[in-house]
Design a protein around this ligand. Structure first.
Ligand code: SF4
Ligand code: SF4
Length: 86
């Protein structure tokens, strides 16, 4: 299982909604009640349950390169560690 998270550069975002549309985990929402410096409703990363997998689809589709993805492999369990080292 891979754990992911993203950051969104709110000031660069033009509110096109592409990232929120393609995210398979539905953890990107548009800030309906908030405007950035350009006057757009920016995208927000809302992932209280840690569902982001770090798949990076959002970053790839963003036309303004606003999204940075961080991905971390989950720690191996003891059983997997032992199987790998045998
Ligand atoms: S990395 Fe994948 S799961 Fe995470 S927010 Fe982006 S599209 Fe969604
Ligand atoms: S794809 Fe990029 S520009 Fe469009 S809403 Fe998402 S972060 Fe903003």
């Amino acid at each position: 299982m891979t754990i992911g998270r993203i950051t969104i550069n709110q000031d660069r975002c033009k509110g096109c909604t592409l990232c929120s549309t393609v995210c398979p985990q539905n953890v990107i929402l548009m800030a309906e009640n908030q405007l950035n410096a350009k006057g757009y409703h920016p995208a927000l990363f809302v992932d209280p349950d840690g569902d982001c997998t770090g798949c990076a689809v959002c970053a790839i589709i963003c036309p303004d390169v606003c999204i940075t993805v961080y991905r971390e492999a989950a720690k191996r369990t003891k059983a997997v560690r032992e199987a790998v080292t045998i």
